[in-house]
Ligand binder design. Structure first.
Ligand code: AMP
Ligand code: TRP
Length: 333
């Protein structure tokens, strides 16, 4: 008997450049899962989500394509994975509406990302508030079993699981309960400029992060100026040495070496030598991505997205009919 393949689904917002935090936390797993025959993988550029913060339409349009290009440069292969743009598949928004009718506002009020964003000055809107409902719709639309994301998405994933269960209890057993796939190390890569907050694309300080398309020289400069402490020993201590601990985690996740062996090698050699090694490890890791990025042309990316949208719509329509039937919105014969 052949085991049924599991469905993997994940998304990335086309806001700002993709960075090394997302790479270690999520995108690296995207590529690995695509190579595993046990999975059908679907990756989505979630442009509707990106509209929940203020944006410029011209810049946005360019960013959507750039993000797709970067996903391809990371090694996502359109012959092995389904890659498409969320806004091209209207079933996402339809399912979000249906799931919204099952979402208590009390649950949304507890979402920490919503609260953080509003605290940072992003205007509160119904779209921003219901962001996690749309994310649940993304995941449930294709009956995903596994969702590779960084640690910051844990609470949203929990809500998707809750909504799947609510739907199944209220109407019919339609959705599998999706599992998060969060790496054990580097699930939350911290900012280079302030190692007590996460590396993020919304931080106005560009030194906070390594972008996946940064040149080797820019990577070296950013790592060199990463905030550390004045005790010169390279060792892991998240409380008193958050900067060095973050660099150790990044280095460990990048090279596959344990933090212990890295501390042994670099312990007393000074921060300069350690930072140089970290920078070179990242430069080497991203070299193939840079090469691929230069090779890809925009017309090819557009063609892949058009084909992806067509396939995604066909499959989404089939799944969505089950949902419509279950909730009483079936075809009128
Ligand atoms: P975003 O860049 O916010 O669209 O996130 C894309 C993916 O990267 C999501 O799965 C996030 O959970 C993950 N991610 C974003 N920032 C980090 C970070 N600093 N550390 C680890 N994972 C991250
Ligand atoms: N909220 C996710 C993030 O900020 C992006 C996202 C939207 C997503 N829909 C998704 C991730 C579905 C995984 C699955 O990173």
């Amino acid at each position: 008997m052949t085991e049924q393949k599991k469905t993997v689904f994940s998304g990335v917002q086309p806001t700002g450049a993709m960075h090394y935090g997302g790479y270690l936390g999520a995108f690296r797993n995207w590529v690995a899962l695509q190579e595993d025959d046990a999975y059908d993988v679907i990756y989505c550029i979630v442009d509707l989500h990106a509209m929940t913060v203020p944006y410029d339409p011209h810049e946005f349009s360019r960013r959507r394509l750039e993000t797709a290009k970067m996903v391809l440069a990371l090694g996502i292969d359109a012959d092995k994975s389904l890659l498409y743009m969320q806004s091209q598949v209207p079933q996402h928004a339809e399912l979000a509406w249906i799931l919204g009718t099952l979402t208590p506002t009390g649950v949304l009020n507890r979402m920490t990302q919503y609260k953080d964003k509003v605290e940072k000055g992003i205007p509160s809107s119904l779209g921003l508030y219901s962001y996690p409902v749309l994310m649940a719709a993304d995941i449930l639309l294709f009956h995903a079993d596994l969702v590779p994301v960084g640690d910051d998405q844990k609470q949203h994933l929990e809500m998707s699981r809750d909504l799947a269960a609510r739907f199944n209890n209220r109407f019919a057993e339609v959705f599998p309960i999706p599992e998060p796939l969060i790496p054990e190390t580097s699930a939350r890569v911290m900012s280079l400029a302030d190692p007590t907050s996460k590396m993020s694309k919304s931080d106005p300080n560009p030194k906070n992060r390594i972008n996946l398309d940064d040149t080797p020289d820019v990577i070296r400069k950013k790592i060199k100026s990463a905030v550390t402490d004045s005790d010169p020993v390279v060792r892991y201590d998240i409380e008193t040495k958050p900067g060095i601990s973050n660099l150790l985690e990044i280095m460990s996740a990048t090279t596959g070496r344990s933090i212990e062996s890295l501390s042994d090698e670099f312990g007393t050699g000074g921060y300069g030598r350690f930072k140089e090694a970290v920078a070179e490890a990242i430069v080497a890791e991203l070299a193939p991505v840079r090469m691929k990025l230069e090779d890809l042309d925009d017309a090819e990316v557009a063609r892949i997205l058009q084909k992806g949208a067509l396939d995604a719509r066909t499959s989404a329509e089939r799944f969505q009919q089950q949902v419509r039937d279950a909730v009483g919105l079936g075809r009128i014969e």
